[in-house]
Design a binder for this molecule. Structure first.
Ligand SMILES: [Zn+2]
Length: 454
């Protein structure tokens, strides 16, 4: 079968709903080795903040953007030629705070459910994620090493995954989903169910932290995630508490840096954020209760802020009267203030969603990105979700699982591309309806969706 007929097979597939048929995966994930694709007459959003380009032609060869030219490029025999007709070509979207294994199950299923079922559900969700135009996710907690391998080997369609593996937490910390009946814990004793699954690991001393960090690195973690303070969704971690001691945090940072990568820490309060920074943490997740002094410190130290414009629906999803709802009510007002501080102090800010336990919210992934226009221009929001997020991914150094440049449309970069029907810089809501508006989705030079033919 030549590449043309492969595409024709794919074009007629339903692209919404539960994802692609298994037959399609064979077609889509194993295109010819020397495949090339020529996008004609596209206007380029480069992921770096330049205005849309003049009408251009873009040649992808293998998995690389080989050439960008205002003058016509001759297609090689067998190349897929896509007539852009003035549509916008942009980098694939990147979600910097994602939990690929924790979207479809509810909390009880995630911990107590069947692991085989949960993995298959995560695979189906990964396909949906890619079909929303998200070609890369930074996974900050959950058992996703197997999912990543399945995607990278072409077994199933999904985004590139930068995995943290298990979240590392203290007893009672955010990520400790055990029940009181699971206590007491003995250091060196039996693992809880949650730990056996690789969702989160409890560590209560610098030595234990080192072990758990190194175990994640051994499994292929590209960065380490730990929780430096309380969190909304876990049952026994009040928002105001700081969890790890500075020596414990430093143990994680040393172990990660010895592997050439970094630690990202979940933290809301000034105390938790400042302690994490003192220990050498390179990225603060959320940060929603920060004050001016902490914002200044983050900026001065060149630390990243990985923030999320968390939707109201997520807050309302916690049952009224529950501990989690009370904590959400405490955190949510800080979201707007944090974005204002991030802008004021020019903090390096990544964008993510942090969708948990809700397929319906995951379908809003693009809409959540578009909601950044409360604080940013559409261009700024789209740069954040492409070029800027890719800079954060590059912090993984030698543990970066995907050699090459992501998040930009430029010669020599990895070919993760979206062809958008319209101009998202003028109407960012186009990205909220990917099934309708993304005409082509390409990851690593492979076409996963093409409704234009070619
Ligand atoms: Zn999270």
């Amino acid at each position: 079968m030549n590449s043309m007929s492969r595409l024709m097979v794919f074009v007629v597939l339903p692209l919404a709903g539960v994802g692609l048929s298994s037959a399609a995966h064979g077609q889509v994930s194993q295109p010819p080795a020397a495949s090339s694709t020529l996008f004609q007459d596209v206007r380029i959003f480069d992921g770096k903040g330049s205005p849309l380009s003049a009408p251009s032609n873009v040649l992808v060869k293998g998995n690389i953007i080989e050439r960008i030219s205002a003058t016509p490029i001759t297609a090689e025999p067998g190349a897929v030629v896509i007539a852009g007709n003035g549509r916008t070509l942009m980098p694939g979207l990147i979600d910097a705070h994602w939990h690929a294994a924790l979207i479809r199950p509810n909390p009880a299923q995630a911990i107590g459910g069947d692991a085989g079922y949960n993995n298959i559900a995560a695979g189906v969700e990964a396909t949906d994620t890619l079909m929303r135009g998200f070609t890369t996710v930074r996974d900050v907690g959950g058992p996703v090493f197997g999912l990543k391998t399945a995607i990278d080997s072409g077994l199933i369609a999904g985004p590139r995954i930068y995995p943290a593996g298990a979240v590392i937490t203290v007893t009672s910390g955010h990520g400790d989903f055990r029940q009181l009946s699971d206590l007491p814990r003995t250091i060196g004793g039996m693992l809880s169910r949650m730990e056996q699954l690789g969702g989160s690991m409890v560590a209560d001393s610098p030595d234990e932290v080192r072990v758990r960090v190194r175990e994640q690195l051994m499994q292929g973690a590209s960065q380490i995630k730990l929780t430096a303070g309380g969190g909304v969704s876990s049952p026994f971690s009040p928002i105001d508490v700081s969890t790890f001691t500075e020596p414990e945090l430093r143990a994680a940072v040393e172990a990660a840096e010895n592997w050439g990568t970094y630690v990202a820490a979940h933290a809301f309060t000034p105390a938790a954020i400042q302690r994490a920074i003192a220990a050498g943490v390179k990225c603060i997740e959320h940060g929603f209760l920060m004050d001016e002094a902490t914002a200044k410190l983050i900026a001065e130290r060149g630390v990243w802020l990985s923030a999320q414009p968390l939707p109201e629906d997520l807050r309302l999803g916690f049952p009224a009267g529950s501990v989690q709802r009370a904590k959400a009510d405490e955190v949510w007002p800080g979201i707007a203030r944090t974005y204002e501080l991030a802008k004021k102090y020019k903090i390096k800010t990544a964008w993510g969603t942090d969708v948990l336990f809700s397929q319906a919210l995951a379908q809003q992934q693009g809409a959540i990105l578009a909601s950044l226009v409360r604080w940013y221009s559409p261009a700024e929001a789209l740069v954040m979700a492409t070029g800027t997020n890719a800079e954060l991914l590059a912090l993984s150094g030698k543990r970066n699982p995907y050699a090459g440049k992501l998040g930009v449309v430029e010669q020599g970069a990895l070919a993760d591309l979206l062809l958008v029907d319209g101009n998202p810089l003028e109407n960012i809501n186009l990205i909220a309806e990917p099934a309708k508006n993304f005409k082509v989705i390409m990851k690593d030079g492979k076409i996963y969706k093409n409704t234009l033919g070619g």
